[in-house]
Design a protein around this ligand. Structure first.
Ligand code: DC
Length: 211
């Protein structure tokens, strides 16, 4: 059983995907972390995330242990991730790991939930369930801004909004596996939903499609 969860940054897709995985006891993979780890590794090497050779080298050297780096949740890592993710050879280098995780979830689990931008379109086009989670960009910026403030970090709403718009544009307009809903995905707009409502909506859909 494969559940694909795609959507833009700060749409609530990660929270939802984790919750679905916990509910069904499926393995969970946050594929954004893979791109963040590659982006961060390029930055740490003092190189430019838009440089193909540097990004490809980092992608090929990626170790699963790198995904646990707490620095990956920073906005700097997010921007670098979005840049390396636009490079087709980098995506190609990371494809096998993601496909393998979905096909053979670790610890013999009965299913896998993957979240990202291209899970339903490229990584798992045959996923049993495809969700596309979205929300208005202003609401996503409000959530991200609140999260930063709650973590004691400095944040200016207008800058968070602009950064999200820039990242949406880069993720949606690139030629390599752009962010878009698969034609057979159900769209869940979480703008006016809390996490419990989003989960209930997703669960209803999954149950209907797996009975
Ligand atoms: O989901 P996230 O914010 O952690 O993702 C960080 C960046 O990585 C995102 O801006 C685009 C890229 N990404 C991607 O291109 N494909 C994926 N499957 C996941 C993330």
């Amino acid at each position: 059983m494969i559940v694909a969860v795609d959507g833009p940054a700060a749409s609530g897709k990660g929270t939802l995907a984790r919750r679905i995985a916990a509910h069904f006891q499926y393995a969970y993979l946050d594929t954004g972390k893979i791109y963040r780890a590659v982006g961060q590794s390029v930055l740490t090497a003092g190189r430019d995330p838009e440089n193909l050779e540097a990004a490809l080298q980092a992608a090929r050297a990626l170790d699963v242990k790198d995904l646990a780096n707490p620095e990956l949740s920073s906005d700097t890592a997010a921007v670098a991730a979005s840049k390396v993710a636009a490079l087709e050879p980098v995506r190609a280098a990371l494809l096998g790991f993601q496909k393998e995780f979905a096909a053979s979830p670790p610890e013999g689990m009965a299913g896998a939930v993957l979240d990202g931008r291209d899970i339903g379109t490229v990584i798992c086009p045959d996923a049993h369930v495809k969700l596309f989670v979205t929300a208005d960009v202003e609401e996503r910026a409000r959530r991200r801004h609140k999260e930063l403030l709650d973590n004691g970090e400095a944040s200016i709403y207008s800058r968070v909004l602009q950064a999200l718009k820039d990242r949406d544009a880069r993720d949606s307009n690139r030629s390599a596996a752009p962010l878009k809903a698969a034609s057979d995905a159900i769209v869940i707009d979480t703008t006016a939903m809390n996490p419990d409502e989003a989960f209930a909506t997703a669960l209803g859909f999954i149950q209907k499609h797996t009975d």
